[in-house]
Design a protein around this ligand. Structure first.
Ligand SMILES: Cc1cc2nc3c(=O)[nH]c(=O)nc-3n(C[C@H](O)[C@H](O)[C@H](O)COP(=O)(O)OP(=O)(O)OC[C@H]3O[C@@H](n4cnc5c(N)ncnc54)[C@H](O)[C@@H]3O)c2cc1C
Length: 538
């Protein structure tokens, strides 16, 4: 949609085709039968999201961002019910405000640990992107060991950071991701300040984008699944065929589908090209977003909390943090559940588990973290009662930023003369994030606009030597294409859903690995499965 917005503003007439009946993709939300909003994900906006901030400004909806106090809040594992914070002092510029926030925190790291942590990170500030890119072959844990960082920083900071950034454990996450985030956050005084949208994302963010596209002469159509790109003899796109059989012709075609969907839809002649072969090195990571409605108001933190728990990533009490969901009497927690699978560092395939099993595991974890409010140890012997839940599974969300992946993210410009790529997984300096998706869309719009004006484009990103070395061996048969789907489930489009039997069936067809139960298997088998998954993308 960002791409459509910028193309329409540049005088083009884009048609945005969305397969689902709701806009937003991984930022979509819908109402349940009680009228409560269910979100694909708990989404946080950062001060260091320049393209997103520009977008809000251009759409004149900046007042919809609810900025929270500039701090980071961590649940204390060893002191259940308690929190500790990194407080950013007003008036102190970046990066000193971050250094001071860490130094002032007395509960997480000792002074020698803090002093040992800083030197390995300094080249990131001095050498910048060059140093950051060079660390992509190392996991966070590899980097820590190589540069002698104290082990405890992993437990205290990196586990929650890695899970918040990519739903993955630090021994699986590329250090480039952590350094990229830190570099962006540290270079801007308000970079780490966080905002919540003031309500559901389709109405509060997607609708103004749609209106902007339409005001400038474009169209946004829902329930329009692109089935196939039909090619000319020179491999350029002739037209697209929609699921309803309609044929759409255009001067330029842009795909903004997630990488796993793109792999499935890639026309056969393109699968032999090194450019598209890069996609085989990328795959989406599973994540689960849980909504829990309680019968009472829980301890009230008007912010995002980092759980630092082995099962959970970040969470927030949306009845306090978000204007539209505000409730003075009852809490609604939204929690991100990760890691969910072997590729993310987990030993359980949580996508294959029932919603009830996931909720039970979450409640058990909350009981451990907040014994005074949840579970039998609460003063009333019962604790807060869970009124209802919603479990949204996204089997393939942002690309798994495991070591060595960054070099395979393709440029928006492709070798196909009338075909451009967009999406958070394409090459841009932000990670798989909303900011990355907006920037990817903007860059794609720039490619198309430049071509239309006959101007020079930035050119294709260099394809890595290992792909080029194998180029002559590529064949359409060798492209292990997941089965094509003819149905309409959100999971088929790389989105999230409260899975019903139909969704599960479709997931089983396109992505059986996600539905494989790992419990009951020996540790050696689990390790072997994890190794096989990692090897596949290595
Ligand atoms: C649980 C969760 C929490 C997150 N939290 C944050 C956060 O706090 N901050 C942050 O910045 N990011 C966060 N993200 C990441 C962020 O949501 C994504 O990076 C971003 O939304 C990706 O946007 P995209 O446009 O690249 O892809 P998508 O949002 O996946 O959009 C792709 C679109 O293509 C459509 N599509 C697919 N196939 C077809 C087809 N054949 N025909 C037509 N349409 C099709 C899909 O339906 C979808 O709408 C989170 C993600 C999740 C899942």
């Amino acid at each position: 949609m960002a791409c459509g917005k910028y193309l329409a503003e540049a005088g083009h007439e884009p048609i945005v085709l969305e397969a689902r009946d709701v806009l937003g993709g991984k930022v979509s939300a819908w109402k349940d039968k009680d009228g409560d909003w269910i979100e694909t994900g708990l989404h946080i906006f950062f001060g260091a999201y320049p393209n997103m901030m520009n977008l809000f400004n251009e759409l004149d909806i900046e007042d919809r961002l609810q900025w929270k106090v500039h701090k980071m809040i961590f649940a204390m594992q060893e002191l259940p019910g308690e929190f500790t914070t990194f407080d950013f002092v007003k008036g102190i510029p970046a990066p000193f405000n971050f250094a001071l926030a860490i130094l002032l925190n007395q509960k997480m790291l000792t002074l020698p640990e803090k002093l040992q942590t800083a030197p390995p990170l300094l080249p990131m500030l001095i050498e910048g992107q060059d140093f950051i890119d060079k660390q992509d072959e190392l996991s966070v844990t590899d980097f820590m060991r190589k540069y002698g960082m104290p082990e405890r920083i992993n437990e205290e900071v990196f586990i929650s950071m890695a899970k918040a950034l990519d739903f993955i454990d630090p021994d699986k996450l590329s250090m480039t991701v952590v350094l990229t985030a830190m570099n962006r956050f540290l270079n801007e005084t308000d970079g780490l300040q966080m905002a919540f949208l003031d309500g559901n994302q389709p109405d509060r963010l997607c609708e103004p984008m749609k209106q902007s596209i339409e005001k400038n002469g474009g169209k946004v159509l829902m329930k329009q699944r692109v089935k196939e790109w039909v090619l000319n003899e020179d491999d350029s796109v002739k037209h697209i065929v929609m699921a309803n059989g309609e044929i759409i012709e255009a001067d330029e075609f842009i795909s903004a589908v997630p990488v796993d969907v793109m792999k499935r839809m890639c026309p056969e002649p393109w699968t032999k090209m090194p450019f598209f072969q890069q996609m085989k090195q990328l795959e989406g990571i599973p994540v689960i977003n849980i909504h829990l409605w309680f019968d009472r108001k829980l301890q009230n933190v008007d912010h995002l909390c980092f759980s630092r728990s082995p099962l959970l990533s970040v969470y927030a009490d949306m009845s306090t943090t978000c204007k539209e969901y505000y409730d003075e009497e009852k809490s609604m927690l939204e929690l991100v559940f990760a890691p969910c699978s072997p590729i993310a560092g987990g030993k359980t395939n949580w996508i294959a588990k029932s919603n009830q099993e996931i909720v039970d595991a979450t409640m058990k974890e909350l009981e451990r973290l907040f014994p005074l409010e949840i579970g039998k140890k609460a003063p009333d012997g019962v604790g807060a009662k869970l009124l209802k839940h919603a479990v949204v599974k996204t089997p393939r969300s942002v690309y798994a930023a495991i070591p060595g992946r960054n070099k395979y993210r393709p440029s928006q410009e492709t070798p196909i003369k009338n075909f451009t790529l967009a999406g958070d997984w394409t090459s841009q300096k932000f990670l798989g994030s909303m900011e990355g998706a907006v920037l990817g869309g903007k860059l794609a719009a720039e490619v198309v606009s430049a071509k239309a004006k006959g101007m020079k484009t930035a050119g294709l990103k260099k394809i890595n030597d290992d792909i080029m070395a194998e180029a002559s061996t590529f064949s359409a048969e060798g492209w292990k294409r997941p089965q094509k789907m003819e149905d309409e489930s959100a999971v088929v489009f790389g989105g999230g859903h409260v899975l019903d039997k139909n969704d599960e069936q479709q997931l089983m067809t396109i992505d059986p690995e996600q539905m494989t139960e790992l419990d009951g298997r020996s540790q050696a088998t689990k390790d072997a499965i994890q190794e096989a998954v990692l090897n596949r993308t290595r």
